[in-house]
Design a protein around this ligand. Structure first.
Ligand SMILES: Nc1ncnc2c1ncn2[C@@H]1O[C@H](COP(=O)(O)OP(=O)(O)O)[C@@H](O)[C@H]1O
Ligand SMILES: [Mg+2]
Length: 402
């Protein structure tokens, strides 16, 4: 697996039970996955030699992020490496513009969008949609890095100008009036078998997923099946091998628009580790290795997952001590920590709660995650102001393992 982040760490966990041995290409020995598997290659996902080293002798090469240049992957394919998902599929998860165009061609509804190469083009787009605009970096973004909500046309210009000046390819789209966000998670094997989990609701704050509710509450059956069928069709048409997440917007008038695709285990599937018959990590391995896929039904009526994000100021109490207190108060919390150093906004772990009352589970999940982040038993009052977050986003380097 290319990438040594938490997704690789949890895939390794699943590999153990399958009697498989996951080799990981990590940037550093203290990456989340490198800490737990002895089979580590330290190197870069943009270096062909490093990719060759990690792929040598492996049954399949797969990914914990989508940032490996496809030219390098094409070379590996030519050398006989089984790259899963293959580069022709993966390119749709790497490039938001490419993805949008392909989804449109498949007949999927997407937000109105345009490629932006100049401020003149941005102005023309803003005029055409006559509403608020989102400006996005076409490549390299994740967790809302590379996504900016413009407050007004002038702000949109400013953002686009900053990106363009840095040589970052840009697209603009309409700001969709969201009722909520959903995710349809599926897996597809080379044999052609598909498996779909229940459609979930995802809650984002500042572009980062903070909460997932499985299944999405009060989603009409027809809408849920339409989302699942769409995701399976996208997986088949694009030739995806492994897990595919289709991020969806549910608009205020009940329509579904596709936001983006991820071809790997995804944050919206972390609930499956405890709440579904087969976890997304095991399923990704089964698909990549062409085993028959596992059952995807939920084993309880509701699972709520909350992400533990690094607080603006890491608390004095250690994470381990916080965990002691959490378990004392909430013995049913299913905790998954990634072994990462605490940094503001960084994904440090997640917690699943299983049961049947969405409201109560959500409250407990938020409380637990807030405690683990802040060492305070009080949910929902993150002290950091959003403009400070915005500034941090602009100034931080992007680390695909955050
Ligand atoms: N067109 C849009 N309208 C409204 N909200 C949006 C739009 N695009 C993105 N967002 C919000 O920003 C989040 C991150 O955007 P996304 O394109 O998924 O980027 P990333 O690659 O960082 O996940 C989305 O989950 C959603 O909350
Ligand atoms: Mg996204």
């Amino acid at each position: 697996m290319v990438g040594g982040g938490q997704l690789a760490r949890m895939t390794h966990q699943a590999a153990i039970a399958l009697g498989q041995n996951l080799r990981v290409l990590a940037n550093a020995p203290d990456d989340a996955a490198a800490q737990v598997t002895p089979n580590v290659v330290i190197g870069s996902h943009t270096d062909l030699e490093d990719l060759r080293r990690v792929a040598a002798g492996a049954d399949a090469l797969t990914f914990d992020h989508e940032h490996v240049p496809t030219e390098l992957l094409e070379k590996l394919v030519a050398e006989g490496i089984n790259v899963a998902p293959p580069p022709q599929a993966l390119m749709h998860a790497q490039d938001k513009l490419h993805m949008r165009r392909r989804l449109e061609a498949l007949g999927a509804a997407v937000p109105r969008y345009a490629e932006i190469q100049s401020i003149v083009e941005l102005d023309a787009f803003a005029q055409r949609i006559a509403g608020p605009v989102v400006v996005k970096a076409v490549r390299g973004g994740y967790d809302g890095r590379g996504v900016r909500m413009a407050r007004d046309p002038l702000h949109a210009r400013e953002i686009a100008a900053t990106f363009l000046a840095d040589g970052v390819p840009v697209m603009a789209e309409e700001q969709v009036n969201l009722r909520r966000e959903l995710s349809a998670l599926v897996a597809r094997s080379p044999f052609g078998q598909g498996a779909v989990w229940p459609v979930v609701e995802t809650v984002q704050r500042d572009g980062i997923c903070v909460l997932v509710i499985a299944p999405a509450p009060e989603l009409p059956d027809e809408t849920a099946s339409a989302a699942q069928q769409l995701a399976m069709r996208v997986a088949a048409e694009l030739g995806v091998v492994g897990v595919l997440a289709v991020e969806l917007f549910e608009t205020t008038d009940g329509a579904l628009l596709v936001n983006e695709l991820a071809m790997r285990p995804h944050n919206s599937g972390h609930w499956t580790m405890d709440g579904a018959r087969t976890s997304q990590f095991e399923q990704h391995l089964r698909a990549v290795l062409d085993y028959p896929l596992g059952g995807t039904d939920a084993i309880v009526p509701v699972t709520v997952m909350a992400n533990v994000l690094g607080a603006p100021q890491p608390p004095a109490m250690t994470l381990d001590e916080r965990l002691h207190h959490l378990f004392a108060r909430m013995p049913d919390a299913r905790v998954h920590l990634y072994g990462k150093a605490e940094r503001p906004g960084r994904k440090l772990g997640h917690i699943n709660f299983l049961g049947d009352d969405v409201g109560k589970l959500r409250e407990r999940a938020e409380l637990a995650a807030h405690w683990m982040s802040h060492a305070q038993w009080r949910a929902g009052d993150d002290a950091e102001r959003s403009d400070e977050k915005e500034r941090r986003k602009m100034s931080d380097g992007w680390d695909p393992h955050d």
